[in-house]
Design a protein around this ligand. Structure first.
Ligand code: NAG
Length: 173
């Protein structure tokens, strides 16, 4: 890649990052349920969250996009126990279109559910796990690359920070 092209890519990524940060519409207050799903046809393309040390909790923001997600969708059960790992991948060829969670003051943690839908005539492929999308108590930002979908998530809990670090499972579509 030429230096100019690389610079352009970096500027575009930076602008995406800044616009994502300022567009966050949080679906929950700290310590409250965080329930979100995309409108029919769309799937999750962006996740953002911020941590608060007083509440020892995160606020979550999601954005959807794409099209073709079928209306045949399922919610998982809770995929983690308090302070235990989250390791979830939507079944078959389905992708993430919603996330639901609730907080517990005793554990200072959340339990999560995922909503998964198929995408008409398309199969996610070439899947991979991202690097961690946040540091302990830090901002989290996931931007699913254009032409890709979110198919799963991994996180683990830290007793001292009372927070989770998240990685995401992304596939080409
Ligand atoms: C949880 O803790 C917060 C303070 O961090 C408090 O405001 C809230 O009332 C508590 N909720 C419950 C259900 O105890």
């Amino acid at each position: 890649m030429s230096t100019l092209k690389m610079l352009t890519v970096h500027v575009v990524l930076l602008l995406l990052y800044i616009s994502a940060r300022t567009n966050a519409v949080y679906v929950n207050e700290f310590d409250q349920q965080a329930l979100f799903h995309c409108q029919t046809g769309e799937y999750i393309e962006e996740i953002e969250s911020e941590h608060n040390n007083n509440h020892e909790d995160r606020r979550w923001s999601f954005q959807c996009g794409g099209d073709g997600a079928t209306s045949a969708c399922t919610w998982s059960s809770y995929v983690n126990s308090w302070r235990e790992m989250v390791a979830y991948i939507c079944p078959g060829d389905t992708v993430v279109t919603g996330i639901d969670s609730y907080h517990d003051n005793g554990s200072e943690d959340r339990r999560f559910k995922f909503r998964c839908c198929g995408i008409a005539t398309k199969k996610p492929k070439n899947c991979y796990m991202t690097d961690y999308a946040n540091d302990w108590d830090g901002k989290l930002l996931l931007i699913v690359p254009p032409g890709s979908v979110l198919k799963g998530a991994f996180s683990y809990f830290h007793d001292g920070h009372k927070d989770r670090r998240w990685k995401f499972y992304i596939c080409d579509l």
